[in-house]
Design a protein around this ligand. Structure first.
Ligand code: SF4
Length: 480
């Protein structure tokens, strides 16, 4: 969500006449889009701001702006701690940034503007997309849940849904620019439709994405097990361009902990969804998020998590050691665990998950995979002469680009290859490429062209007026 917000911030600034600086250290404006979910976000921000102070002294015309979740949380505190910051804006008013910078320049003092609720749906703002082949599209912002460890509802507000027609218009606009893969974004995509009274809206949206020409891969994040309905599973299974991949946060396998986290599903329900997804899509890669060491977690609770991990057989898991987030109920709870206990449980969880991931990946050795070639997805590629791409199920595959390669392979192209080796976090495919398809996305990547959605016609949901159809809005949707 934050990465996509950054695309919006760039789009807004470019529309206001700013040009991206190509060299480090020469920028006249530096914008930090901050996240408050991970620990130490504030230390890192103030560390970075401290480093920029001397740059600003050398270039007095330079401006520094801070936005995003941490800005929403710390507000005026940011300019108190770093008075050389020129503008602070929150999660609800990304679009105000050029005006704040202008005012700060004119008044020669810092401008702080934080709104309590959404001013404009961020999707109404222009976006400067980072990828030629893959795009984010928000279906909603905010969240109506109250998970006790989470700061998101306090900083992003209540859930606001976009109209399906607007979402589809943006997806269509991206596809018409050659984008092959779209990830639908929401804090709780399964609640999509709550605002306009259609609890099956998300499944319908997935099916409608199936009709968009040129769109080859649809993903989404994140679903909430409480709101997961069977129609979403059938929409996934029956819509060919929806990828066989599900990232569904578990957080804990202990019902007692789930209750303390105020996550209103239980392990049995979670595993029931996993079973249904596997029955409908046997090859789906299911991934998850897990928190270790939530306040009050006993060895027995932790064992319950390991038990669900064994049963669910996740393809991979993002594992987090619980740490306090000021402003959340869990930060005040009794039973905060010592670091050593959390670390030890965390290591055990990682060991188990790595074992499962490796077993699942090993089953794929010998199978053929279709990859969307990705830019910068393999750290060792320069050394190994491999390229990297994502399979349809989201797995990362590093491949050797020899064989039936039609001219040069570019990020955004599609290749087919055979898996030759497995590791817990990736697959290798060293037997060459059996098919290489050059794509419009690859052409765009090659000339440095990125889609630019203008945001025209994409607004807050309203009742009564018919929403714009995808084709119609798609024409206006892209300013590329
Ligand atoms: S559902 Fe997700 S975003 Fe919403 S409160 Fe829970 S963890 Fe936070």
């Amino acid at each position: 969500m934050n990465v996509h917000d950054s695309e919006r911030i760039s789009g807004v600034l470019e529309e206001a006449g700013y040009v991206r600086s190509s060299e480090e250290g020469t920028a006249d404006l530096v914008v930090f889009n901050t996240c408050a979910v991970r620990e130490n976000a504030d230390n890192r921000l103030y560390g970075n701001l401290g480093r920029l102070r001397s740059a600003k002294q050398e270039n007095p015309g330079m401006q520094i702006a801070v936005g995003g979740c941490l800005a929403q949380k710390d507000r005026g505190e940011i300019v108190r701690r770093a008075p050389w910051v020129d503008a602070v804006f929150g999660t609800h008013n990304l679009g105000s940034l050029p005006t704040l910078l202008e005012r700060a320049r004119h008044n020669e003092e810092a401008e702080v503007e934080i709104l309590e609720s959404l001013d404009k749906f961020p999707s109404t703002l222009p976006a400067r997309r980072e990828s030629a082949y893959s795009g984010w599209v928000s279906v909603s912002v905010g969240c109506n849940n109250t998970c006790t460890f989470c700061i998101v509802p306090a900083l992003r507000g209540k859930e606001k849904d976009r109209r399906p027609g607007d979402v589809l218009a943006e997806v269509g606009a991206l596809a018409s620019e050659g984008v092959l893969e779209v990830t639908l974004l929401g804090q709780n995509v399964n609640a999509y439709g709550v605002e306009f009274g259609d609890r099956y809206a998300f499944g319908k949206l997935l099916r409608s994405c199936g009709d968009i020409e040129g769109l080859e891969r649809v993903r989404f994040t994140s679903p909430h097990p409480r709101d997961f309905t069977d129609d979403v599973i059938s929409a996934m299974a029956e819509t060919p361009n929806v990828c066989p991949q599900l990232h569904m946060p578990l957080q804990s396998g202990s019902d007692r902990m789930l209750k303390a986290m105020r996550r209103s599903y239980r392990a049995e329900r979670y595993l029931g969804i996993v079973d249904k997804v596997r029955a409908a899509m046997p090859h789906a890669a299911i991934t998850t998020d897990i928190i270790v060491g939530f306040p009050g977690e006993t060895e027995e609770d932790f064992e319950a998590t390991l038990d669900v991990v064994r049963k669910a057989r996740f393809a991979s898991a993002f594992t987090f050691q619980y740490s306090k987030r000021p402003g959340t109920p869990a930060a005040e709870m009794e039973g905060q665990l010592p670091k050593e206990v959390v670390q030890q449980r965390y290591d055990r969880l990682i060991e188990l998950q790595n074992e499962i991931s490796l077993e699942a990946n090993s089953e794929l050795v010998g199978s053929e995979v279709e990859l969307l070639v990705a830019e910068g997805a393999g750290r060792k590629n320069a050394h190994t002469a491999r390229w990297s791409g994502r399979a349809r199920d989201g797995r990362l595959v590093h491949f050797t680009p020899s064989g039936e390669v039609e001219d040069r392979i570019r990020p955004g192209d599609v290749v087919r290859t055979r898996v030759s080796q497995a590791a817990p976090h990736h697959l290798l495919a060293d037997d060459g490429v059996s098919e290489h398809r050059r794509t419009k996305a690859g052409d765009h990547w090659e000339v440095g062209q990125r889609p630019k959605t203008s945001g025209v016609g994409l607004g807050l949901p309203t009742f009564g007026a018919p929403s714009a159809g995808p084709a119609e809005s798609a024409e206006q949707g892209c300013g590329c």
